[in-house]
Design a protein around this ligand. Structure first.
Ligand code: ZN
Length: 457
């Protein structure tokens, strides 16, 4: 492929491709110090290109743009695709991986940067990296005419490491702040949309993929999923007509990618694998100061009036969580003016009480109780570092069960048969057992502790 510094797309016009080569490095391994947990010196890093160096396998592959930076000793004016000599295979033998990294190179060339987060009134969403990886799975799928990714190189790590374009992932369930994992809905939407339109016509598939690549060239840093989906639908509508555009929208709908309502219903988590969510720091989102929102909100149903106290426990890996709370049908709307996030929440609780095991608690007892309806929650990060969040546990009840000083006055004893705390969808298993102290309102303890799932390419 070609590489160069000039942007080759000007509106709809291709202005030409630079003709410098794309370099490929194979049998790449890493300095053994990285495996031992020690910091490699520059000399150690330089030994990664030495076939006789003290190295260990690299189970991955990557695209490295040309120019300064990148891996010490390996920078080049040309773009590179780099394949690891892995612990069980050579990644350069996997055609999917080659096409995947090649597509990263194409994306780097045709789009004006696709990375980072976007902000909307639901919170922050990691669109850029997810779409970048999504393209790098989708286009190989078109080239190879099959939806599985990396069967040759990844199967040794377990079937769960394989990605497929034929997935049923829906927003927001798969967002964990890891770009490959976060890409599944976007890649699946393009794949579904293409197949719905082409209906098995291979030539049509190629035509649609070409149109998608043209649409991709219109994306830029900070383009949201909604904006990107609209661009793709518009391109298909212009070139193939309304019926095709509707089918592409159906593809996006399959994964709730368009106008996704990013919240978890805390009353509907039973038996579901719930993700651990990233909560970026304000600096990650290029916010000037103050707090930064998480990816999703949470909704808790208050089925009847007479709740006089709410206790909210938030498993949070950082040290400065905050909590936004709003009562009503509408979710919390977050705005970003002059680089500062604000909200229309009823309560902004920016001081939460540490409750042990990486858990923070906020309790509030409104003087007149809380009416039936939805309670919306958003956890925010006031710290300097990115953090992680597990499902909050919401406990409804009276502040002093059996006592005479309930905030609700005389009516309080009628609210709950046990005059105490309604665990609201929890049971003992949802407490603070286990190492990470993650508790969920839906019993299912998250399989993911704080660390990010290891996914590759
Ligand atoms: Zn990738």
């Amino acid at each position: 492929m070609a590489s160069g510094t000039d942007h080759p797309v000007d509106g709809d016009e291709w202005t030409g491709m630079a003709s410098t080569p794309l370099l490929a490095t194979v049998n790449f391994r890493l300095p053994v110090q990285l495996a031992e947990g020690t910091t490699p010196t520059l000399q150690d890093l330089l030994s990664a290109t030495d076939p006789y160096g003290d190295l260990y396998p690299f189970d991955n592959a990557m695209f490295m743009p040309g120019g300064e930076g990148g891996i010490p000793g390996m920078s080049s004016e040309n773009d590179q695709i780099i394949f690891g000599q892995g612990s069980s295979c050579d990644f350069s033998w996997d055609g999917d991986v080659i096409y995947h990294e090649f597509t990263h190179g194409v994306t780097n060339l045709i789009a004006d940067g696709i990375w980072g987060w976007a902000l909307d009134d639901w919170g922050a969403v990691p669109c850029g990296g997810a779409m970048n990886e999504g393209f790098s799975d989708y286009f190989p799928g078109v080239i190879t005419d099959e939806p599985q990714m990396g069967e040759y190189s990844l199967r040794a790590f377990g079937e769960d490491k394989l990605r497929t374009l034929e997935n049923e992932d829906v927003c927001p369930w798969y967002f964990i702040g890891e770009v490959h994992h976060d890409s599944k809905g976007w890649a699946g939407s393009l794949w579904d949309g293409m197949n719905l339109i082409a209906d098995g016509d291979r030539d049509k598939e190629i035509e649609i993929a070409s149109l998608f690549m043209g649409a991709e060239s219109m994306l830029t840093v900070g383009t949201s999923f909604d904006e990107a989906a609209q661009i793709f639908v518009d391109v298909i509508q212009d070139e193939l007509g309304q019926e095709a555009a509707d089918l592409l929208l159906e593809g996006f709908d399959n994964h709730h990618m368009y106008m996704c309502e990013r919240y978890f219903d805390l009353d509907d988590l039973e038996g579901r694998e719930v993700p651990v969510l990233p909560v970026p720091a304000a600096s990650t989102l290029n916010l000037e100061q103050g707090w930064a929102p998480a990816i999703t909100q949470f909704r808790k149903d208050i089925p009847e009036p007479g709740v006089w106290a709410v206790q909210i426990d938030v498993p949070f890996s950082g040290n400065s969580p905050g909590l936004l709370i709003k009562h009503g049908d509408e979710h919390i709307r977050i705005d970003y003016e002059d680089g500062v996030a604000s909200s229309d929440a009823d309560v902004e609780a920016m001081e939460m009480e540490p409750a042990g095991n990486n858990k923070f608690r906020y309790t509030f007892e409104p003087e007149n109780g809380i009416n039936a309806g939805y309670l919306w929650l958003m956890v925010v990060n006031q710290g300097q570092s990115n953090a992680r969040l597990a499902m909050p546990a919401v406990t409804l009840g009276n502040p002093k069960p059996g006592g005479g000083q309930d905030a609700g006055g005389d009516d309080s004893s009628e609210q709950k048969d046990d005059a105490g705390v309604d665990e609201a969808g929890q049971d003992e298993e949802s407490g603070t057992e286990g190492g990470c102290g993650c508790s969920t309102a839906g019993k299912k303890h998250s399989a993911l502790p704080w660390q990010v799932i290891s996914t590759i390419f």
